[in-house]
Structure formats: structure tokens, C-alpha cells
Design a protein around this ligand. Structure first.
Ligand SMILES: C[S@@+](CC[C@H](N)C(=O)[O-])C[C@H]1O[C@@H](n2cnc3c(N)ncnc32)[C@H](O)[C@@H]1O
Length: 243
């Protein structure tokens, strides 16, 4: 794992106007015009089926990172399963949806992604000032690392209060154009290879999570050669197998 600092981000945006996530260019380095810092009509989900037909766009949330999750999902997880000041981990953090929510909700966060340009985007999306009137709000510590979810070598055992993460759905979406990055779970050719990688990530999750706390995963299924592939079931099994 390598910490990507805000200073490194500032150096990057001096010479780059965008990051490239596979084929898509996403702008970085421009000031954000934030209209609303919090959702207008948010209510905690109360059933086991969550549905968000309109993804949230408060603060710096945008739907322009390939396959990012709606901010309502980490918001529900964070509010339900953690308290202000606790440590949240998203070890496949993509464009930083979870980290933005941690900043708004006063939770400390460690975000990790294997893709360097995703981390630049994360720091860009966190580059806004948030000073709520709420006297209980304490500005959290938020760290972004380039690294592999299968080897969280800078995170201590039993130090995390909640894991909220959203792994690649096998190789449905690619985040790098053409080149294979060692350990990238979105680039595995064989399902067994992908599931072995998920199992390693699950072992690391179990190691860093405090006993009795929650690990929440968003994952979906796919089709291959006209056959349904129940990825979500298989991923859940890897997590259950390690603890
Ligand atoms: C579905 S996206 C996450 C999107 C994120 N929830 C968001 O809202 O932006 C999955 C992410 O996993 C990352 N990834 C793939 N293999 C990884 C690994 N071994 N370790 C860490 N990140 C990995 C990809 O680069 C991609 O950004």
C-alpha cells in the first residue's frame, strides 16, 4: 500500500486535466460547485430490499466513475453500522463515493484502490470544504492508498469498525485500457482466479475488522455464453469460508 497525499494530487493536476479510466476521461483539478452538502429527502432503509432509482448527486457525487455505487448505499451502511469518529474501510474504493460520505458523516476512512488514477479522482472529489453548523461534527481523517485489497499491509489487525466495499463484478467492467495490473480483480480471465482473489481479499477483511463488527459487500451477477453466473452467491461464500 502507498499513501497518495493531497500534495501528490496537486502536483498531478498541474500537468493533467483529467484521469483516464479505461476509455473514459474524467475531469480533475477544477473547483467544485457544491449546491447541497446533504441529500434532501434521505431516509434510512428499513427493509432487506434497497432500491435507488435516482442516484444521489449531493456534495461532489457524480455517476462518472465506471460502475460506481449510488451514495445512498454507503450512507445507509455508515449510518446503520458505525458511529461518528470510527474507522471505515473501502478497499476497492473506485472514484471515492464511500470516502465522500465519510467526510460528510464525520467518520474516519481508509480508501484503497489498485488503480492510481482512481485515487487521484478520489482526492479530487474530496477537495471541498465542509463546515456544518452541527457542533458534534469533528472533521474526520481520510486516507487514500494505492494498493491491493488482497494485501492490506499498512492496516493493523482488528483496527476497522466497518468495511463497506464494492468489488468488481468479475471482468464485466475494465478499469485499465488493455494492460493487466497484477492483482486487479476486474481483469481475471477465469472465474476461479477471480474467486481466489476475492478469497484473499476476504481473509484480509477478516483480519483488519474488529470482532463483532460488520463487513458489507455490494456485488451483482452476470451471464457468460448465455448462462447465468451467480457471482454474488459465490463471492458471499468466499467471505463465509474465511470467517
Ligand atoms: C465497482 S468499482 C468500485 C466503485 C466504487 N464503489 C465507487 O463508488 O466509485 C471496483 C473497484 O475495484 C478496484 N480493484 C480491482 N481489483 C482490486 C484490488 N485487487 N485491490 C483494490 N482495488 C481493486 C477497481 O480498480 C475498481 O475501482
Amino acid at each position: 500500500m502507498r499513501l497518495i497525499t493531497f500534495e501528490e494530487y496537486k502536483e498531478y493536476v498541474k500537468t493533467h486535466k483529467f484521469v483516464r479510466i479505461e476509455d473514459e476521461e474524467v475531469k480533475v483539478g477544477e473547483p467544485h460547485q457544491v449546491k447541497d452538502y446533504q441529500p434532501k429527502d434521505f431516509a434510512l432503509e428499513t427493509t432487506t430490499v434497497w432500491s435507488f432509482p435516482n442516484r444521489g448527486d449531493w456534495a461532489t457525487h457524480k455517476g462518472d466513475y465506471r460502475g460506481n455505487w449510488a451514495p445512498q448505499i454507503p450512507r445507509n451502511l455508515i449510518l446503520r453500522y458505525s458511529r461518528p469518529g470510527e474507522w471505515i474501510l473501502d478497499q476497492m474504493c473506485g472514484g471515492g463515493t464511500t470516502l465522500i460520505e465519510c467526510k460528510l458523516l464525520g467518520r474516519n476512512e481508509i480508501g484503497v484502490d489498485i488503480n492510481y488514477e482512481a485515487l487521484i479522482l478520489v482526492l479530487d472529489r474530496l477537495n471541498f470544504t465542509y463546515m456544518p453548523l452541527d457542533l458534534e461534527y469533528k472533521e474526520p481523517e481520510i486516507r487514500a492508498y494505492q494498493g491491493d485489497a488482497q494485501k492490506l499491509d499498512l492496516i493493523e489487525d482488528e483496527s476497522i469498525d466497518l468495511i463497506a466495499t464494492h468489488p468488481p463484478y468479475y471482468n464485466i467492467i475494465s478499469y485499465y485500457k488493455g494492460k493487466k495490473v497484477e492483482g486487479d480483480l476486474s481483469f481475471m480471465r477465469k472465474l476461479e482466479e477471480y474467486l481466489n482473489g476475492i478469497k484473499e481479499a476476504a481473509k484480509e477483511s477478516y483480519r483488519v475488522l474488529k470482532p463483532g463488527r460488520y463487513c458489507a459487500i455490494l456485488i451483482g451477477d452476470t451471464r457468460k455464453h448465455r448462462y447465468y453466473v451467480p457471482i454474488s452467491f459465490k463471492v458471499m461464500q468466499q467471505f463465509l469460508d474465511v470467517g
